[in-house]
Design a protein around this ligand. Structure first.
Ligand code: UDP
Ligand code: MG
Length: 357
């Protein structure tokens, strides 16, 4: 039924969290770039990730004048990766560009990404050859993170690569069929495989506003990446256990030798140090298990990944039926089309999102 629907050539998905100061400039440049590669045959999906500033007001107001703009408002802040996933679920294009709203990744790169995909690539990802306007701390931690992840991950994940990438429809559909809630999109795309091509570019400084990744979110993001793509830390705990057990045996032997030699008094501080050392190793091991276990608990709950408050096109906001990873792509597409014409599915499995215009 949905097979006969015409798809736009290109969707641009942009997650936005408190981007009121930069969103207009983003839209201007993205529209220019998209028009250059796709004429009028494109859509821009701007996802408002529960912003507390005027971001949504701007997006929904602009959708009145810009027929290619689709606003998606989430019910609350879900974080960058989930907001991007929500946008990918709504996107209908043959090809989908995922990009940040802060113009650190130039939308104009589309002019090079599209021809690369014409030549048969499934994914064209931007690889940063230089990053302007980042703190030294961010540069150093990012460098360590990508190299550590490269060693640990079960699939090769390209270095210095963010989520800025053009993907084919089939890659997007596979990505959306992956049910995990801890989404490390760049790793998941690598996992899909196919022909993935790097396009080096210089990363600009943020156009306006400030980073939405404070240290706390960065640590969480790094842990998500490592736990989703490697079980090496879990196994490392086993090895550390073996090694410390071996050391403990050696210490007992040493103590016995000392005892036979008559040296029985000294050694209180070395004993305490050893005990403390071994305890901390145990706690680290337990902590690592906790990281994985807590994620298992989250997955086991099987909650919806995100809730859409409303979807806005042509200045009209309407509810959207719940989108889930288990949906067939054509079902998902049908739900989006229904939202555009204003009818919701009476048989939708779970309560529809509530907000009307
Ligand atoms: N973002 C989001 N939800 C969040 C945090 C960030 O949608 O909770 C968006 C943000 O608006 C931007 C992108 O994700 O479009 C990347 O965020 P940011 O530029 O702050 O990260 P950085 O470039 O500093 O790593
Ligand atoms: Mg940024």
């Amino acid at each position: 039924m949905t097979d006969r629907l015409v798809s736009p050539l290109l969707s641009i998905v942009v997650p936005c969290f408190n981007e009121e100061s930069g969103i207009d400039e983003f839209l201007r440049r993205a529209l220019l770039a998209a028009t250059a590669v796709a004429g009028q045959n494109f859509e821009i999906i701007a996802v408002d990730d529960g912003s507390t500033d005027a971001t949504w007001d701007i997006i929904s107001a602009r959708s009145r004048d810009l027929p290619n703009l689709v606003g998606v408002r989430l019910m609350r802040n879900h974080g960058h990766q989930i907001a991007a996933t929500a946008g990918l679920s709504v996107a209908r294009g043959e090809r989908v560009l995922l990009i940040d709203a802060d113009l650190q990744d130039p939308p104009e790169l589309l002019l090079m990404m599209m021809p690369t995909m014409d030549r048969g690539a499934d994914v064209v990802y931007g690889q940063r050859s230089r990053r302007a306007g980042e703190t030294r701390f961010k540069l150093v931690t990012a460098a360590i993170f990508y190299r550590l992840l490269g060693r640990l991950a079960s699939v090769p994940i390209p270095r210095d690569t963010g989520d800025f990438r053009l993907m084919s429809r089939r890659v997007v559909d596979i990505l959306l069929a992956m049910p995990e809630r801890d989404r490390f999109i760049r790793g998941m795309v690598s996992w899909v495989g196919g022909r993935q091509v790097a396009l080096p570019y210089e990363r600009d400084a943020r156009f306006a506003g400030e980073t939405k990744y404070p240290l706390r979110k960065m640590v969480r993001f790094a842990l998500d990446a490592i736990t989703s793509f490697s079980t090496a830390p879990l196994r490392a705990a086993t090895w550390v256990g073996f090694i410390s057990a071996a050391i403990a045996v050696a210490l007992v032997v040493y103590t016995l030798i000392q005892w036979f030699a008559g040296n029985t008094v000294a050694g209180w501080s070395s004993l305490m140090a050893t005990v403390a050392g071994f305890f901390s190793i145990q706690f680290i091991g337990m902590g690592i298990m906790g990281e994985y276990l807590s994620r298992l608990v989250e997955e086991a709950k099987q909650r919806p990944m995100f809730m859409v408050d409303c979807i806005s096109r042509g200045g009209v906001s309407r509810p959207l039926d719940l989108l889930t990873p288990s949906m067939h792509p054509s079902e998902r597409r049908a739900a989006v089309e229904r939202a555009f014409v204003g009818e919701a599915d009476p048989n939708a499995p779970i309560a529809r999102t509530a907000m009307h215009d």
